[in-house]
Design a protein around this ligand. Structure first.
Ligand SMILES: *Cc1c(COP(=O)(O)O)cnc(C)c1O
Length: 389
């Protein structure tokens, strides 16, 4: 039987037309009509009123946002704790110091209370990096209000949340800067790529300047600033244009997957990843957490895990292992940044909720090519882990 995957690219054929046009016009270099088209079409999809800039990756887009936000060596930057490392690494590229902010229970995203506490402890902090985890919008009213109050710049990492909405407005609209990712596992993909969303043309121009090696306007290669090679290629952007036409369809399929899990697990001691009523996630990944009382003993070191099976109980690592024996991919929730040895010297603000989600959470196969029968198999195996049949 074919392996059931967490999330893999789903192509539709239309991508080819744009790539073919790039080849036919011999426009293979970075920049070009597909980049322009992809940026325009994305801006329109997101609801306009922004300046989009296509990059080689989501990570490079975050780096550009961190530079535009003016992070300097030694600056404290308040960051989501429960996220992929790419959300926070670019702060280090600029010499900034991350302060990790715990999650709240309703959306698993940055806790407004912990953020407020972060500003009390680091009143000089001027930048916040917020991730929307697994496609679920954060508590944006509260977060944007706190940032406004402290005169801080908000960078919205919407890499996992393209198409997700908060009170009817799409993620990527709420920060001073937003970023998207089109990596292979994201809801739409260009094989690899990203996008910076900014509010002014000046910011976009500056991003373009840095991303194309910071070449000054001179007859020769003249440099007064440090440059990068971050621009998306015209070929890759063609894939994005084809994919973007299918985003709503991808969202719908992801939502159905989430709902089938929810229904399938209703008699089990597990919860699906939560979201607030005023938001509409894109359901990029479906994630379960095992209720505390139904966790069997699970012990993790930095590199490995052991667990002891107990009847009627289970744990993410046991479920992952049994799914894997059945050729089904699943994965622990992101390991919080404050638990990473690389960031051992960074401060963490909160009560340890992110750690709790890491301990009890498992990302389930959410691939939109997964059939109902495939998903029933996944659900059946999870039931068995808790002693069902
Ligand atoms: C995927 C991802 C990124 C990085 O995007 P790349 O395109 O892989 O560089 C950043 N932040 C989050 C939350 C992500 O999931």
């Amino acid at each position: 039987m074919e392996r059931i995957l967490l999330a893999s690219p789903t192509m539709h054929g239309e991508e080819n037309n744009y790539i073919k046009e790039a080849f036919d016009r011999n426009w293979i270099a970075p920049l070009g009509f597909n980049c322009d088209g992809f940026e325009d079409e994305m801006t329109e999809y997101l609801g306009g009123n922004m300046h989009a800039f296509a990059t080689v990756s989501g990570t490079s887009a975050i780096h550009l946002a961190v530079k535009l936000a003016g992070v300097r060596p030694g600056d404290y930057v308040l960051c989501s704790d429960l996220t992929f490392s790419a959300t926070v690494n670019p702060v280090s590229y600029e010499g900034g110091i991350q302060v990790f902010i715990d999650s709240e229970k309703e959306t698993w995203n940055m806790s407004p209370e912990a953020l407020e506490e972060g500003f009390s402890k680091y009143p000089d902090a001027k930048v916040v990096v917020l991730a929307h985890l697994y496609g679920t919008p954060a508590k944006l009213d509260e977060i944007t209000e706190i940032c406004r109050k402290h005169d801080a710049i908000l960078i919205e990492d919407a890499a996992e949340a393209l198409g997700a909405e908060y009170k009817g407005i799409k993620c990527g609209h709420f920060g001073n800067y937003g970023i998207l990712s089109f990596n292979g596992n994201k809801i739409i993909t260009t094989s690899g790529g990203g996008m910076l969303l900014s509010r002014t043309k000046e910011d976009r121009d500056k991003a373009l300047f840095w991303s194309t090696q910071a070449r000054e306007n001179a007859p020769w290669y003249q440099h007064t600033e440090l440059g990068y090679n971050y621009r998306m290629s015209n070929v890759v952007a063609g894939i994005g244009r084809g994919q973007l036409k299918h985003i709503e369809e991808h969202k719908q399929l992801k939502k159905e997957i989430y709902q089938r899990y929810k229904e399938g697990f209703k008699d089990l001691p597990v919860q699906m990843n939560p979201y607030a009523e005023d938001s509409m996630p894109n359901f990029w990944l479906s994630v379960l957490t095992v209720n505390e009382e139904y966790m069997c003993r699970q012990e993790r070191t930095d590199n490995c895990t052991t667990w002891v099976h107990e009847p009627g109980k289970s744990c993410p690592d046991e479920i992952e292992s049994i799914l894997s024996e059945n050729n089904i991919e699943s994965r622990p929730v992101w390991k919080p940044m404050h638990m990473q040895s690389y960031y051992a010297d960074r401060d963490f603000i909160g009560s340890g909720f992110s750690e709790e989600i890491f301990k009890r959470g498992l990302c389930l196969p959410s691939d939109i090519k997964m059939t109902k029968e495939d998903q029933d198999r996944v659900i059946g195996i999870v039931k068995k882990c808790f002693g069902g049949n």
